[in-house]
Design a protein around this ligand. Structure first.
Ligand SMILES: Cc1cc2nc3c(=O)[nH]c(=O)nc-3n(C[C@H](O)[C@H](O)[C@H](O)COP(=O)(O)OP(=O)(O)OC[C@H]3O[C@@H](n4cnc5c(N)ncnc54)[C@H](O)[C@@H]3O)c2cc1C
Length: 408
């Protein structure tokens, strides 16, 4: 049916890789082109701040597919190629080398990129960011040399890098203007648990403190803080969030607002153009609003859904957001999505680092996080999705199985 058509995917990250895989498994027989700016075939980013960064996992362990997958499935994988232009009326994508590719369906899976600091000294050598496997290699070489690192930003990337650097024996200082790490997502009570985890591992947490400048002659030697301190260091890692890579879509006139705006089928306002993964601000059936999720699980599932939508299969994206993080020996999973909440309820003592915490809004669980406890994501998701009424007492009582509170 579609063997004379061309589907083009821009962005060879997880979302793009899962989309081409799904197109072939769903029987698409036409021409399939996957375009990626990076030199590497699609890989997973979570290990880049964890086991890969620490040198405990090798390059082969991060790839989404084995090397022969793309050729075996007749997928034209164009690496080191950047889509620089998009003409949605002519249905053409322009590559950096001047080639123009005509498409019948286009998926934009261009991901996100780190926000850059523009403060004095930002251009000094030794001020590092982390998004790509190349960035992780460069950071690993710094960890190998040891010394003192200042991490700017106590979000997920900053917190994981701080943990990995401590695990490699470096002297680590974390700076963040918020009062506790991860405050934006977890709030102050749960963020405080993560502050204590890092402090217990010997990280100096300078919270409520911003960065004013980096100082040094050629390389960064000092960080000047908002409260006037000067922190001597050998290098700096900046983790102050990411922004969706929307330039290509925006220049083509596709509607953008905190990402590429897409409907429940991940279709943009332009005919035959879809978007998925970190770059997509997608209408979510369960939440009844658009949300943009910057997590692995979202790219893993939106890629396939976009592929099916490109084939005309009407599916809606309504998976609850989910993410995980590993810091030291503390692993966690978070399910749900909470912009605001009334209170949090702990099940178990956070000091033991084996507990579950629920975020409650209007007497319903809107998000849950299990730390050091496994196989509970399903009942947590049911509590959220089915908006099950449950008392705080039951929720907080570890002797009452979650499966009883949220039966199947
Ligand atoms: C260090 C690190 C650790 C992480 N850890 C976790 C974790 O523990 N848990 C979790 O849930 N999530 C984690 N994440 C987030 C997760 O990796 C992302 O949500 C996921 O990578 C998003 O996938 P994506 O395919 O949408 O975008 P990306 O992975 O950003 O891939 C997009 C690709 O498109 C390419 N591209 C962009 N524009 C163009 C263009 N014009 N032409 C050609 N190619 C283009 C880019 O070069 C990139 O390779 C982590 C991210 C990082 C960086």
């Amino acid at each position: 049916m579609t063997s004379d058509q061309t589907f083009v995917i821009v962005g060879a990250g997880l979302a793009g890789a899962k989309a081409v895989e799904t197109l072939r498994t769903e029987g698409f027989e036409g021409r399939l082109v996957l375009i990626g700016s990076e030199a590497e075939r699609p890989y997973e980013r979570p290990p880049l701040s964890k086991e890969y960064l620490r040198g405990e996992a090798g390059r082969e362990q991060v790839y989404v597919h084995d090397e022969g997958f793309y050729a075996a499935n007749d997928i034209e994988l164009r690496l080191g190629a950047t889509a620089v232009g998009l003409d949605t009326s002519a249905r053409e994508v322009a590559l950096g080398d001047g080639e123009r590719l005509r498409y019948d369906r286009l998926l934009l899976a261009t991901g996100a990129e780190p926000r850059r600091l523009s403060i004095p000294g930002a251009e000094l050598d030794g001020v590092l960011y982390l998004r790509s496997v190349e960035d992780s290699d460069a950071l690993r070489r710094r960890l190998d040399r040891g010394g003192r690192v200042v991490v700017i930003g106590a979000g997920w990337i900053g917190a994981e890098v701080a943990a990995s650097a401590r695990q490699r024996g470096l002297d680590v200082t974390v700076l963040d203007p918020m009062a506790v790490p991860l405050e934006r997502v977890l709030g102050s009570e749960v963020g405080a648990v993560y502050r204590d985890i890092h402090t217990d591992h010997g990280v100096r947490m300078l919270l409520g403190t911003g960065v004013e400048a980096f100082e040094g002659t050629a390389s960064v030697e000092r960080v000047r803080t908002s409260d006037g301190r000067r922190l001597e260091c050998d290098f700096v890692v900046v983790g102050v969030g990411v922004q969706p890579r929307t330039g290509l879509a925006a220049r083509a006139g596709i509607a953008i607002d905190n990402g590429i705006l897409v409907d429940e089928q991940l279709q943009t306002g332009a005919a035959a153009v879809f978007a998925a993964g970190d770059v997509a601000n997608a209408q979510h059936r369960f939440y009844g609003e658009r949300i943009r999720v910057e997590h692995w699980d979202n790219a893993l599932h939106q890629g396939p859904l976009a592929a099916r939508a490109m084939l005309g299969q009407a599916d809606s994206y309504d998976r609850l957001p989910y993410f995980f993080s590993d810091q030291y020996d503390v692993g966690m999973e978070y399910s749900g999505f909470a912009r605001s909440w009334d209170r949090v309820v702990f099940r178990g003592d956070p000091a033991t680092r084996e507990f579950i915490v629920f975020w409650i809004a209007e007497d319903r669980v809107v998000a849950g996080m299990n730390v050091g406890i496994w196989d509970v994501s399903d009942p947590i998701r049911r509590l959220i999705r089915e908006r099950i009424a449950v008392t705080e007492r039951d929720l907080g009582d570890p002797d009452i199985a979650l499966a009883l509170l949220a039966p199947t």
